[in-house]
Ligand binder design. Structure first.
Ligand code: ZN
Length: 386
């Protein structure tokens, strides 16, 4: 089926035939995707959806109407009063409204060559179905890479979230998506009409955010570690953030199969986050250098580029599986508490990921070569025969 262009969305809507019958599970939804660098409507199978109008399923559970208020001063005062003592009480303090499952309307469309699929009756229903399908796709891919069952739980998606961060602006933020560890879910902020693709409709962006949920599950939740326990020294904290962003960029690009998956939503990031650009560690990317600007994405791009280069020869799936094993290596080595922490460094972190990749004999040699080139010393630290 050739990709449909967004301009045909209206035509498609007019073809919609009947409402979704209650109780019948959908086999597919119409969602926005990307193919060959162009936006396209796709019929996406959604095998894990257990309830259509509320978009609940094994992969994700949508919530609308939630409100988050992040006010650093109010949080400090609540800590002084003893109201906020851990992650749970902090979550309760900032989450002013938990929201509720949506009641979205879908029409059953019978399209020539496509078979039956449910199409959102309005933009939000369409966009929520696209978000669900994207997370389902990323999760299925991670499960095929060997993701532990403990991390298979449905991901809460706070759709159209009212999110105020007083350290940034007194007004609700818009036009973004992010994984928020305190909520344990994905936030999709309201989007304004424009020329770029809303994050909710960009499967690569949602796969990137899903990767952050994986990181949180594998490195924090499995260990019962709270974010507050993992407060390392600022430099180590930055290095972990950078690795987290780098792995997420590999997952975002890998799941949709496009190295510049961000470009349609964030054109300004097209070159900076292109995972197919060869990169190597340079001193100014690291804390302590006079030109250091604390950009975790810039350092993360070195990890993402190494993984992508490896996947160009070996395929995305073996590298994804190796990356998950790398996260196991990381969990085994990271300190759980601040007082046990020795400062981390970017090359050691790369060597731990490399250990996970090396466990696949087919990846061993190319992984050692690519990582040693990108992070000099990482190959030796991982025991590569160089
Ligand atoms: Zn990210």
């Amino acid at each position: 089926m050739p990709p449909l262009r967004p301009s045909r969305l209206l035509t498609l809507a007019l073809l919609a035939a009947s409402c979704a019958p209650e109780g019948q599970l959908p086999l597919a939804v119409v969602a926005l995707g990307e193919a060959d660098g162009a936006l396209s409507l796709e019929v996406r199978p959604v095998g894990t959806l257990t309830h259509l109008s509320s978009l609940q399923g094994e992969a994700a559970s949508l919530r609308v109407g939630a409100r988050v208020n992040l006010d650093p001063v109010a949080i400090q005062e609540a800590i002084f009063r003893g109201e906020v003592v851990d992650d749970q009480s902090l979550r309760a303090f900032i989450l002013k409204d938990e929201g509720a499952p949506p009641a979205a309307r879908f029409d059953l469309s019978e399209l020539e060559g496509w078979g039956p699929a449910y199409l959102g009756a309005d933009l939000h229903a369409f966009s929520m179905a696209s978000a669900y399908a994207a997370v389902e796709g990323a999760r299925a891919r991670a499960i095929s890479w060997g993701l532990r069952p403990a991390c298979h739980a449905p991901l809460p998606i706070y759709y159209d979230l009212h999110y105020v961060d007083h350290s940034v602006s007194p007004h609700p933020l818009i036009d973004d998506a992010a994984y928020f560890d305190l909520l344990g879910g994905l936030m999709i902020l309201p989007f304004s009409p424009g020329e770029t693709l809303p994050a909710a409709l960009n499967p690569g962006v949602l796969s990137h955010e899903y990767a952050h949920a994986l990181w949180d599950c594998l490195l924090n939740k499995l260990q019962g570690t709270q974010a507050v326990d993992r407060a390392l020294d600022p430099a180590s904290d930055f290095l972990l953030r950078a690795l987290n962003e780098g792995l997420a960029d590999f997952v975002g690009a890998g799941v949709v199969g496009r190295p510049r998956y961000l470009a349609s939503s964030y054109p300004e990031l097209r070159e900076r986050r292109d995972v197919s650009t060869r990169r190597a560690l340079s001193p100014e990317l690291l804390p302590g250098h006079p030109d250091f600007v604390a950009d975790p994405y810039a350092l993360g791009a070195v990890y993402a580029a190494a993984l992508w280069e490896l996947s160009e020869g070996a395929g995305v799936d073996p590298v994804g599986a190796g990356m998950l094993r790398g996260l196991d290596q990381l969990r085994a080595r990271l300190p759980g508490k601040i007082e046990q922490a020795a400062p981390l460094d970017a090359t050691t972190l790369a060597s731990w990921v490399l250990l996970g990749l090396r466990a696949d004999l087919a990846l061993d040699r190319p992984a050692c070569e690519i990582f040693e080139r990108a992070f000099p010393g990482a190959g030796e630290a991982a025991g590569c025969a160089l």
